[in-house]
Write a protein that binds this ligand. Structure first.
Ligand SMILES: Cc1cc2nc3c(=O)[nH]c(=O)nc-3n(C[C@H](O)[C@H](O)[C@H](O)COP(=O)(O)OP(=O)(O)OC[C@H]3O[C@@H](n4cnc5c(N)ncnc54)[C@H](O)[C@@H]3O)c2cc1C
Length: 592
């Protein structure tokens, strides 16, 4: 970000056109960041992947040893403040490490739970004493951490928790009772961040040591995937927690629970992008080996198209994650270090991008689902057996669409947050809707000259379609729009499509400006390959929303506006796919 440049607020991308060159992309990584990525990658390949069979067999002692070794490399302290021995690196760095650690789903999950939702509540909300007591142990890997929000009867409805906390008569402890469900790292974590209601009312976070009296991890869940990751309940029976271990303010646990999830969601986006690139490479290598009809299957257009489509989706996934991480870094850079309420301002900075964090979670996990599905298909029958990791990739992927807020919850949060901000007057949505109505009912935006002109016109039109539909939704449902889930989901799909296409275009523009012609050509091919299905999906979602919010003449106006405005000319699509597939098959990896 250059000085003087405007920082776009969360959701602002739906209103304003992004400026080329202003977003962070993987091409901007510094040498130090790339070195850290190499260290992480090497650790995973040399120390973790050779032990996958043992880890899948629930050797959690080994998982802990590996996490500790990972910690010795400094990889558990990326997000921790320097004054407590941490590295305090940028979010782009943190996402890069998460991406590289994701070549094995279970390790990724254990790592993300420890260093993300397990550590960050303490970093953001801990007192000096709490940090001095726990943070050093956690960021070096001496202690493992976990996060206990979910309960048997409250998952998505996290604030409906039933776990209770009662102050002892001497005022020195809280007694916690209840069951926390599905705790990642549950069996071996030394420190849990547990949410419970004081006097059944005040939702509050507590730092709970596993060895405290009355704390007991439950048995391992028998899961579909991520078998190497420990998932247990944590049973609290008069668990005796010192009052000093209340984290943050009494009754303000929701702030901790939700703010930590923003970064968690972005990190999940980075993890699944890394997992996707790894699975992709496996599929491509197999396509070069497996022969049918006397030739390798990678020579068949049917297989090459899968390779091209998934490579292009991964390009968008990568572009999107690092764009959001860069936006957050830019915002956090403006928060002066050392101010008394530093982490409050820091949290506000992150919260501003809760829409983009939710998009990263949903979009990138959906991309991984596509990738692993196609990888199994490339492996054919062998993809369905345990002889190859494709089967594990397929099973391990599924959880990403469920935890850190299900994809439905995250989808609804996208337009829901935007509309809430508009109603509070933080976003001039009403004015923008009026302008968009004018543009959409006039003529379709002409494609600007130059590269990606077609994509830019499409984006402007899709943004207008989103704005008009959001306005029509408010008009039709009024204040109750927040409960109109089918409409919110359709609006979310438009908003996600816009952000993903735009991120891919902005990245390709940056690559083009860097002057490496063959890489620029490949990036342009990825944009073309990705934009075609993504724009079709966004247009379908826009039409779906139009049928939900419009009637009679309004509906006809909406439909014709959407149709006219969203004609994307994907000429050269086949050539683009050929280029991408050839590059992937030649390099035997994700080619960008
Ligand atoms: C392997 C694994 C690891 C996990 N790790 C952790 C962890 O470390 N810490 C932790 O606290 N939790 C963890 N979880 C819990 C996870 O975050 C929850 O499972 C998730 O939030 C969904 O909650 P639920 O399972 O109760 O589903 P539910 O909330 O019951 O949802 C069921 C379905 O209903 C939908 N739904 C729910 N509410 C609504 C609504 N208002 N509107 C529309 N649709 C709705 C959901 O999208 C979903 O499709 C983990 C779960 C698993 C399986």
């Amino acid at each position: 970000m250059k000085t003087g440049e405007k920082i776009l607020h969360g959701g602002g991308y739906l209103i304003e056109d992004a400026i080329a060159g202003t977003v962070f992309t993987p091409e901007d990584f510094s040498d130090e960041q790339l070195q850290l990525a190499d260290t992480t990658d090497q650790f995973l390949r040399e120390k973790v992947l050779p032990h996958v069979a043992r880890l899948e067999d629930h050797d959690f002692d080994l998982m802990v040893r590996l996490l500790r070794e990972f910690g010795k490399l400094g990889l558990l302290m990326i997000d921790a403040p320097e004054e407590y021995g941490g590295l305090d690196l940028s979010k782009t760095t943190s996402m890069l490490a998460a991406e590289k650690a994701a070549v094995y789903g279970s390790f990724s999950c254990a790592y993300a739970a420890h260093s993300g939702i397990g550590t960050l509540p303490l970093v953001y909300y801990g007192t000096k004493e709490q940090k001095e007591r726990y943070l050093g142990k956690i960021i070096t890997g001496e202690w493992m951490a976990a996060y206990c929000l979910t309960e048997p009867d409250s998952g998505s409805d996290a604030l409906g928790a039933k776990a209770t906390a009662t102050l002892t008569p001497d005022g020195r402890h809280y007694l916690l009772n209840g069951t926390k469900q599905f705790t990642t790292n549950g069996s071996f974590a030394d420190l849990y961040t547990v949410f419970a209601k004081i006097d059944r009312q005040h939702f509050t976070a507590f730092l709970v040591e596993r060895t405290f009296e009355g704390v007991q991890p439950g048995p391992q869940e028998k899961k579909l995937g991520i078998h190497g990751s420990s998932t247990t309940s944590v049973i609290l029976e008069d668990a005796k927690v010192p009052v000093e271990n209340v984290l943050g303010e009494v009754g303000k646990g929701h702030k901790i629970a939700f703010n930590v999830l923003n970064v968690g969601r972005l990190k999940l986006g980075a993890c699944v992008t890394g997992g996707g690139k790894f699975a992709f490479a496996d599929g491509v290598r197999y396509a070069n080996l497996r022969k049918q009809f006397g030739v390798t299957i990678g020579t068949f257009g049917a297989i090459r198209e899968k390779i091209a489509d998934t490579a292009a989706a991964l390009f968008a996934s990568e572009a999107l994650v690092y764009r959001v991480a860069g936006m957050i870094d830019d915002r956090l850079a403006a928060v002066p270090k050392g101010i008394p309420d530093y982490y409050e301002a820091y949290q506000e900075g992150i919260e501003d991008y809760s829409i983009e964090c939710a998009i990263a979670k949903v979009f990138c996990s959906d991309v991984l689902a596509l990738v692993v599905d196609e990888v199994v298909q490339i492996f054919g029958g062998y993809g369905y057996t345990q002889e190859y990791p494709a089967e594990r990739f397929y099973r391990d992927e599924r959880i990403n669409r469920i935890f850190e807020g299900t994809n439905e919850i995250n989808r609804m949060l996208i337009p829901g947050t935007l509309l809430r901000r508009a109603m509070k007057g933080e976003i001039p949505l009403q004015d923008e809707v009026m302008k968009a109505v004018g543009r959409l009912s006039a003529a379709a935006v002409e494609a600007p000259a130059g590269p990606f002109g077609g994509e830019k016109a499409l984006l402007r039109n899709l943004k207008d379609a989103f704005l008009v539909l959001a306005g029509a939704a408010v008009q039709r449902f009024g204040g109750k729009v927040k409960d109109e889930q089918e409409t919110l989901l359709a609006l979310a799909d438009v908003a996600i499509g816009v952000f993903a296409i735009e991120s891919a275009v902005l990245r390709a523009e940056k690559i083009a400006a860097a002057g490496n012609a063959s890489r620029a050509e490949l990036a342009a091919a990825a944009v073309r390959t990705f934009t075609f299905p993504a724009s079709e999906a966004a247009v379908t979602a826009a039409r779906r929303a139009a049928f939900y919010v419009g009637e009679g003449n309004t509906l006809q106006m909406l439909l014709s506006g959407i149709r006219r405005a969203t004609r994307y000319d994907a000429s050269g699509l086949l050539d683009a796919k050929h280029k991408l597939a050839a590059a992937a098959l030649e390099s035997e990896r994700y080619p960008l």
